[in-house]
Design a protein around this ligand. Structure first.
Ligand code: GLU
Length: 309
């Protein structure tokens, strides 16, 4: 295998002069405070090698990357029935768009836009109090990352709760269509807390290993999902993981990935590695600008691509 440490060091050095490009997500007050001049990279291979550069040990808000973990949990609970509540098509619109929902009768396009993720949180909430559903998610993330120290940043959850007008609108709209089964406040309580999970790049890359290794974390031996389900989650990440930038990400990087407005991206090189990058400055569609650039460079240097096996 290529010298991954040399590659991540080179990418970090090449992007250093660009630190601070893009705009932090200022619609969430707590995220607006994050110093944009940070960049972390971590690659964890399926053999257990870890290569890191820059701010790979700094905690950040994983935001929408949590949607991958919630989707995994929801599929575990209700299986294919989940697809009665949410679609599997790219949305071609912004992460928080409400327009499509009206046309499509409250069934969100996919589990990775906000509306879809809120419907998925509603599924995970079934039979639970909100606190228990949040606990289940946190326990799951700790399990897949094999790291008991991962926690939720309550200040981020509060910050989103007090300013999440659009998410309240999306949730109320879906409730009106009968596609939320629990009170809006409960579902959003779960959703805002899942978005507020704090991780660093190494923890996040480890958490994604099950997707890189046919559903089983090769370092712990923990079986998380079947190989078929891991493949399908990866397919959704590739087609829908970057909102209205999903096509461009697939074109430039060629790996399944999921971004969050905290500036993190989890990417999967199936059979090879799980990769996490983080840089808070976002591009126009809400994906980490330097994080995407770093992954494009990594894919070019390693040749990793799901289109070239
Ligand atoms: N918590 C964010 C929101 O709901 C997540 C968006 C994202 O990371 O893309 O607005």
């Amino acid at each position: 295998m290529a010298d991954l440490q040399a590659i991540v060091d080179d990418i970090h050095a090449a992007l250093l002069p660009r630190l601070g490009e893009g705009a932090v997500a200022d619609y969430i007050p707590q995220l607006a405070k994050v110093d944009p001049k940070q960049l972390g990279l971590a690659i964890v291979t399926t053999d257990g090698d870890i290569n890191i550069a820059g701010d790979a040990g700094t905690q950040f808000s994983i935001q929408s990357i949590s949607k991958v973990f919630m989707l995994t949990l929801a599929l575990g609970k209700v299986g294919e029935q989940l697809w009665n509540r949410v679609g599997r098509e790219p949305s071609g619109s912004a992460f928080n768009s409400i327009v499509q929902l009206e046309h499509e009768h409250g069934i969100p396009r996919n589990p990775f836009i906000n509306a879809g993720a809120i419907a998925v949180s509603d599924v995970v909430l079934s039979g639970h109090q909100p606190r228990e559903a949040i606990g289940e998610l946190l326990q799951f993330v700790r399990y897949v990352a094999d790291d008991e120290t991962i926690s939720i940043d309550e200040s981020v959850a509060r910050s989103e709760t007090s300013t999440g007008y659009r998410n309240f609108a999306l949730a109320n709209f879906m409730r009106a269509f009968g596609n939320l089964h629990h009170p809006v406040e409960h579902v959003l309580g779960v959703y805002f807390h899942q978005c507020a999970v704090s991780m660093n790049c190494v923890q996040l890359a480890k958490a994604g290993l099950y997707l890189a290794a046919r559903g089983t974390n090769p370092l712990t031996g923990h079986s998380v999902v079947s190989p078929k389900r891991a493949r399908r989650i990866n397919a959704l990440m590739l087609t829908c993981g970057h909102y209205d930038g999903s096509g461009d990400f697939a074109y430039r990087v060629g790996l399944p990935g999921k971004s969050g407005v905290g500036g993190g991206i989890l990417a999967v090189a199936p059979g090879i590695a799980s990769i996490a990058v983080w840089s808070p400055g976002l591009n126009k569609v809400g994906n980490s600008l330097l994080g995407s650039a770093a992954l494009e460079m990594l894919a070019a240097r390693t040749g990793w691509s799901v289109f070239d096996m």
